[in-house]
Design a protein around this ligand. Structure first.
Ligand code: TYD
Ligand code: MG
Length: 452
């Protein structure tokens, strides 16, 4: 291989310079030059390109077999990955510090190591720390190999000898490549190290988990390019002082996105929660004002969650609109619809909204539930305990259907709900046993049906 030269490239326009500078001489952007690796010209030694006709095929001619997958011994993690871990895939797991990234990977690897060779590379903890944690969690410790190393060239050389089927890099921000001089954790280091790992995974068929740190703003620290390079991106969500942890797929080349895995952090590590509705619904026996249950759709399954509202007289010129787990702009919009089409003003009220359990509900099916909770709190009247609502509200006050209505209703019936206010388009021909369906098309109808 030709000797690597040190160059600085602009992340905006791609121009390269032999020296670092604060401003790109090409496009004028500030602070965009990062160190890059430039290999000597035509590394393959080829000169003229002849073209290769034999390399082109129609899609029908390409032979496709089932993607080889293996189980991670955790049904929730398998679900988020799209049905198991794919050979040679690279999975990035991001999340706040202390949310449980190292814990879940250690648990997974200890279990997988019983069947397949596995290697846990840590640049953050010592071997003793990892061993102590495994012991405390009563994990099988006889098979998993642990290595403390931060130099990527050394990690890959070791992995070539060990030939693990699964490997964890905890975390990518501590890893550096000898080809660059900049400090680990920087844009260039993270990008180059990840690129080497991706290449290794594809060549060797080793599945790799990368742990990535998250910045204060919620983005993965280091370059966003990391998300483009890997096959799957998983995010750990949840309050780190709470018990529930949600693992969400935001990109997956081998499965559906927005698939959600639910875990609970216990003193024995992360435990799977296979029936999340039951957890999110543990609430007071008595009906209280401002609380309503909705059926949300997460990836490939319905989940029942409780939405709470508190509406209180405001003493501010600009009343507050605060949401946790819901979209704030959506709330402002719905309050306007409520005033205009429902005749209920809230301009002198502070409105606080919360989804119980730290869940984020980003789909529009939450509109009707959000509205019901607000009205219930505003009037200080509880809604029926066994009432379920979902549906999208349009700007002209119409109630629109949402995807997978049937499954949402079935989940509600399974958990003993008696009455459901849903968009007309979602009303089934035959209601699930024990569930009375109230189909609505206009906001006014929904408001009338709430306190029946
Ligand atoms: P960890 O997996 O080290 O987080 P990350 O790698 O994402 O930074 O986080 C573990 C956190 O969870 C830590 O704050 C302690 C807590 N915890 C438990 O409550 N029970 C346990 O069994 C373990 C291992 C950790
Ligand atoms: Mg960690």
């Amino acid at each position: 291989m030709a000797k690597a030269k040190r160059m600085y490239g602009c992340t905006e326009c791609g121009a390269t310079f032999p020296k670092w500078a604060g401003q790109c001489g090409e496009c004028g952007a500030w602070n965009t030059l990062v160190e890059t690796v430039v290999e000597g010209a035509t590394p393959s030694g080829r000169t003229g390109w002849a073209g290769d006709k034999a390399n082109i095929k129609t899609l029908a001619e390409v032979s496709v077999e089932e993607i080889p997958r293996f189980s991670t011994a955790s049904s929730e993690l398998d679900r988020v990955l799209g049905g198991g871990l794919v050979d040679g895939s690279v999975v990035l797991i991001g999340g706040d510090p202390g949310i449980g990234k190292s814990t879940i990977l250690l648990q997974t690897l200890c279990n997988v190591a019983q069947r397949l060779p596995a290697l846990y590379v840590t640049g953050e903890e010592s071997q003793q720390q990892v061993a102590m944690r495994a012991r405390r969690l009563d994990l099988p410790q006889d098979k998993l190999k642990v290595m403390t190393e931060t130099c990527i060239e050394s990690i890959i050389a070791t992995a070539r000898q060990e030939k693990p089927k699964v490997m964890v890099i905890d975390s990518i921000q501590t890893i550096f490549t000898e080809q660059l001089q900049s400090a680990p954790g920087g844009v260039a280091q993270v990008r180059e190290s990840a690129a080497l790992l991706v290449r290794f995974a594809k060549q060797s068929g080793t599945a790799i988990f990368l742990v990535g740190h998250v910045t204060k703003e919620g983005a993965l620290a280091g370059p966003r390019v990391l998300e483009h390079m890997v096959d799957t991106v998983l995010y750990f969500e949840g309050e780190s002082d709470g018990r529930l942890r949600l693992l969400r797929a935001v990109k997956n080349r081998f499965g559906a996105v927005n698939e959600l895995g639910v875990f609970a952090m216990t003193d024995k590590g992360l435990k799977e929660v296979s029936n999340p509705s039951a957890i999110f619904l543990t609430r007071a026996q008595e009906a209280v004002p401002g609380s309503v249950v909705m059926a949300t759709w997460e990836g490939s399954r319905p989940m029942l969650v409780e939405v709470q509202a508190l509406v209180d007289t405001s003493h501010l010129g600009n009343p507050r609109r605060v949401t946790l787990g819901l979209d704030q702009n959506r709330l402002a919009m719905l309050l306007a619809v409520l005033h205009r089409h429902g005749g209920i003003p809230t301009y002198d009220q502070d409105v606080f909204l919360n989804v119980v359990g730290g869940v984020k509900v980003l789909e529009t099916a939450s509109d009707l539930a959000l509205m019901a909770a607000v009205i219930s709190s505003l009037r200080n009247r509880p809604l029926q305990h066994d009432l379920l609502v979902f549906g999208e509200i349009g700007l002209s006050g119409e109630i629109r259907p949402v995807p997978s209505g049937q499954e949402r209703l079935k989940e509600a019936a399974k958990h003993g709900f008696k009455r459901a206010i849903v968009p007309k388009g979602n009303a089934p021909k035959e209601a699930p046993a024990g569930l009375q369906i109230v189909a609505v098309t206009r906001l006014e109808q929904a408001l009338d049906a709430l306190f029946e």
